[in-house]
Design a protein around this ligand. Structure first.
Ligand code: NAD
Length: 492
């Protein structure tokens, strides 16, 4: 579709506005709503039900009832698979609408939103296909005994997710959680509730029983906290900041010791050795690593460690590419770089850019742009001469701001890359297989890319070391995460 067509469609799209509890769309019990703003224009998309502790409790009670009824948890996995595949088909039929809702919610370019929706659908299909291929174990015993080690759904699983990839982050959690037979309560971020609300009816239409899937839009400090402290939720799967991730560990300790899995922040290092192959590809990937999704990516390659011998050349190549990531209207299919998620976040990113201007050398960008639109846009920004201990090198900015740091010795690069509270992703570029793999093994990071950035898909795990999280999303490891292990010992 052309830009004008997307704009026209955006003007007439129905904005989902309610919570989804026990198989029905409902208002918040308090009757309160919050404003859902389009950050590309600063205008109101619509008003959304503001759930709080009372709504969370209603959703958990519905989820528990459904779990105990066993219509979903006790269903033949092949039947559950069929339902989830049908839900994926229904989502696919509405891909454009879902992508448009994401773009209106967070200012993500429509082209990228379409990709995210496709990946989300693929996630549902992958877990649906997996669920009837997972076996238990039989332990070694003598003739008089038999031991069965079985995996069972945990019960009520809550997913608390961020705004940067609203549907995809939700899918990484709810697809395996539902596939494993759990009941789910999903709390989308307050900046991006629309697709979470919309997909609820696809699950219902596909045959997910009432109460098995619930959505409670609302603020973190109220609805999110109520989830964390609820005594009848068995597990919280969280994606968001490290600061809030730590709160969920505390909430668990203060309540029922619910399981907590965390996908949190990052400050991912990208190491370009002196013998890096194919510099053109490296520069493309390095620019994409920090500018894709406006840098609002947990794995953003925000620290570039480059060998001093090639520093100037590499900075020039990346600056040239930064020009191609020019901020534009997210509804234009040619746009690859949209707006920041909201005004507060834009100001936070601009504050970091100010810090960078005093602590390092501004090599590219650094300004707010497109103010005439009413939206919240920041230019792709590159700093050189960045010191390892300064704030723009240590703290997660979650915006399009690249810090370039030189090194002479690969050992120094590895030490600086590991000098971070985070450990989500990293990359190393080298022609020498030994240098590349030895470096990969020494990086304290859940993901290491060799001679690429962001190579991955649903088949492999995703998650971090250190304060980037606990546990993994994606792959069969994530499916296991949404189950409990039970031993049944039979005396024959
Ligand atoms: P955030 O931590 O502010 O919010 C995440 C979720 O937690 C939201 O639903 C929010 O409403 C809720 N929340 C906020 N405060 C809460 C509180 N006091 N109690 C309970 N819940 C609360 O994060 P964000 O700004 O939405 O997202 C950006 C962060 O997410 C970045 O740090 C980014 O790195 C991280 N992230 C990590 C991954 C990953 O897979 N590791 C993926 C995407 C984003």
């Amino acid at each position: 579709m052309l830009q004008e067509q997307w704009v026209k469609r955006a003007q007439s799209i129905a904005i989902p506005s309610k919570a989804f509890i026990d198989g029905r769309y409902v208002d918040a019990l308090s009757g309160r709503t919050f404003d859902d703003i389009n950050p590309a224009t600063g205008k109101l998309n619509g008003k959304v039900a503001e759930c709080d502790a009372a709504d969370v409790d209603a959703a958990v009670r519905a989820a528990r009832r459904a779990f105990r009824k066993r219509d979903w948890a006790g269903m033949d996995p092949r039947a559950r698979k069929k339902v989830l595949l049908k839900a994926a088909d229904l989502m696919e039929a509405k891909s454009e609408e879902l992508a448009l809702l994401e773009t209106l919610d967070i200012g993500k370019p429509i082209r990228m939103a379409l990709n995210d929706v496709a990946s989300s659908i693929a996630t549902f299909r992958w877990y649906a296909e997996a669920i009837d291929k997972v076996y238990g174990e039989i332990g070694p015993t003598g003739d008089n005994d038999m031991s069965l080690v079985v995996r069972e759904a945990i019960g009520v699983v809550a997913a608390v997710v961020p705004w940067n990839f609203p549907l995809l982050m939700a899918s990484w959690k709810i697809a395996p959680a539902l596939a494993a037979g759990n009941s789910v309560v999903l709390k989308p971020a307050e900046q991006s509730p629309l697709t979470a609300i919309r997909i609820a009816e696809f699950f219902a239409e596909a045959g997910v029983p009432e109460g098995v899937f619930n959505v409670v839009p609302g603020y973190g400090e109220t609805a999110g906290k109520a989830i964390g402290l609820h005594d009848d939720i068995n597990m919280v799967a969280f994606t968001g900041s490290t600061q809030v991730g730590k709160l969920f560990l505390q909430y668990s300790g203060q309540s029922n010791m619910k399981r907590v899995s965390l996908e949190c922040g990052g400050k991912s290092p990208n190491i370009v050795m002196a013998d890096a192959p194919n510099l053109e590809q490296m520069a493309d990937a390095t620019a994409e690593a920090i500018f894709y999704n406006q840098g609002e990516v947990c794995t953003a390659g925000s620290r570039l460690y480059v060998h001093r011998s090639m520093r100037d050349k590499v900075v020039e190549m990346i600056s040239e590419r930064a020009r191609a990531w020019a901020p534009g209207d997210p509804l234009d299919p040619a746009t690859s770089f949209g707006s920041m998620v909201d005004e507060g976040h834009m100001k936070r990113v601009l504050d970091y850019i100010d810090i960078g201007k005093s602590d390092a050398t501004l090599a590219h960008g650094g300004a707010q742009v497109r103010q005439e639109t009413g939206g919240f846009y920041v230019e792709p920004t590159i700093f050189t001469d960045v010191k390892q201990d300064c704030r723009i090198c240590q703290e997660e900015i979650f915006g399009p701001v690249l810090s370039v740091i030189d090194f002479d010795d690969p050992e120094e690069a590895i030490a600086m890359a590991n000098d971070s509270q985070y450990g989500l992703a990293a990359a190393v570029w080298s022609k020498d297989i030994s240098t590349a793999l030895k470096t990969a093994r020494r990086l304290e990071s859940g993901i290491v890319w060799v001679n690429n950035w962001d190579g991955c898909n649903i088949t492999v795990p995703f998650g971090g070391y250190k304060q980037s999280g606990i546990g993994r999303d994606r792959s069969l490891h994530a499916l296991e995460k949404y189950t409990e292990m039970k031993l049944i010992w039979v005396r024959l």
